[in-house]
Design a protein around this ligand. Structure first.
Ligand SMILES: Nc1ncnc2c1ncn2[C@@H]1O[C@H](COP(=O)(O)OP(=O)(O)O)[C@@H](O)[C@H]1O
Ligand SMILES: [Mg+2]
Length: 377
């Protein structure tokens, strides 16, 4: 595992690399690598010292391999075309050396400190350290199973109980819904990202997202409009998720229960799919047909699908054991039915969670709390 003051340098420009070594090797450990070494390293800060047509490709490969890394470009001359292309990839750190070594050094120190903080705050689990933000998509073949309420509360709990940066994205583009569960009213929606989608950076996402007032969770709200929903393409979804991964630790996505290119894209890009269902014969049959749909679409369910049992109660028709006999997916959590408490909060326009380490959690919130904590450990 690399230390945060390890800076990986790629690129073909010997003179630039020499200057770098003279200027910053006192404060940082400079490691020269080539694209072929990418698989062997875990880079957090990459300096691109390159000066020909291959720069953009090089940056793109670095971002693809290390989505959470910061890429800093150095160049011998001002190059606005290059700068613009880099901006489009979300890279804004561009320095001309010699000349700007001082601000370059300051920026690198700032980035290194950022990573040191993040390393301390995010749990030790390997899975969550590598490759930037983790994407959790909530899906189900049926409506009304609790996807929106559970995903919203899950995201809120993650934000309250960890120090990670958490983003909630409502991809129910036609109907929305999650904002009601979070007590948010807003005119800003995901649609506002359309004009900047090709150069999406953290500040865009932060500007357009709402902050849930208790947890400070960042929320991208659905336009709740069929016509607007049409304007969002699968390419938009891909870019949004990739940019989110670069800038957040956890990305929670609430999906509609129909399958289209956008849903498919989100499912493909996610690290884990939580399939929300209550356990009865009908929902098991739906799960089976979703499973065969996923197989046809080439979505690898074996590695990333986990079942979330909702509406658990004494009088449910079937149990977790019955489900486990029927499918091979792990059960990530069981969540109790809790109409009274949930309805009261929703009617007051209040989110289910309000502060960290709350004492009196209702059964629903308690079950989600337990699940999130076990995952963070
Ligand atoms: N565990 C639960 N106990 C009681 N009511 C629930 C539970 N989970 C969800 N609900 C309720 O079920 C309804 C549908 O939930 P929702 O999250 O909107 O479903 P989906 O997004 O899957 O269509 C909502 O009114 C919600 O409050
Ligand atoms: Mg929903």
């Amino acid at each position: 595992m690399s230390k945060v003051n390890d800076l990986y340098v790629i690129g073909n420009h010997t003179e630039l690399k020499d200057t770098l070594r003279q200027q910053i090797s006192e404060s940082f450990n400079l490691l020269e690598v080539s694209i072929n070494d990418f698989k062997k390293i875990h880079a957090q800060i990459i300096i691109v010292a390159n000066q020909d047509d291959s720069t953009v490709d090089l940056v793109q490969s670095a971002l693809a391999e290390f989505p959470s890394a910061s890429v800093v470009c150095v160049n011998g001359v001002e190059d606005f075309d290059l700068l613009r292309s880099l901006n489009r990839l979300g890279v804004t750190d561009f320095y001309v050396i010699p000349g700007e070594e001082l601000i370059l050094k300051e920026r690198l120190e700032e980035l290194a400190q950022d990573y040191a903080r993040r390393d301390l705050s995010i749990n030790e689990s390997e899975g969550f350290k590598r490759g930037g933000g983790k994407v959790f998509a909530f899906y189900s073949g049926s409506g009304g199973t609790g996807k929106s309420l559970i995903s919203a509360t899950y995201a809120q709990t993650l934000k309250l109980e960890s120090t990670g940066k958490v983003l909630f994205i409502d991809l129910n583009l036609q109907y929305g819904g999650a904002e009601t569960y979070l007590g948010i009213e807003s005119n800003r929606t995901i649609i506002d990202l359309l004009p900047v989608i090709n150069e999406l950076g953290e500040h865009h996402i932060r500007n357009v997202s709402e902050r849930e007032s208790h947890s400070e969770l960042n929320v991208l709200i659905s336009p709740k409009d069929a016509e607007m929903a049409e304007k969002i393409t699968e390419d938009f979804v891909l870019r949004l998720i990739r940019a989110s991964k670069r800038n957040f630790d956890f990305i929670v996505i609430d999906l509609p229960n129909w399958m289209d290119e956008k849903t498919l894209m989100a499912l493909e890009e996610s690290d884990r799919i939580y399939y929300v269902m209550d356990v009865n014969t009908v929902s098991m049959r739906v799960l089976k047909s979703v499973e065969s749909l996923f197989t046809r679409l080439g979505i690898n369910t074996k590695e990333k699908l986990e079942v979330v049992i909702n509406m658990k109660s004494k009088d449910t028709e079937l149990t977790k054991k019955d489900l486990e006999r029927f499918v091979s997916y792990p059960v990530a959590a069981e969540i109790r039915r809790d109409y009274k408490n949930i309805q009261a909060k929703i009617n007051h326009g209040e989110p289910l969670r309000k502060e960290p380490k709350e004492k009196k959690l209702t059964p629903f919130s308690k079950d989600i709390h337990k699940w999130v904590n076990s995952m963070l450990k």
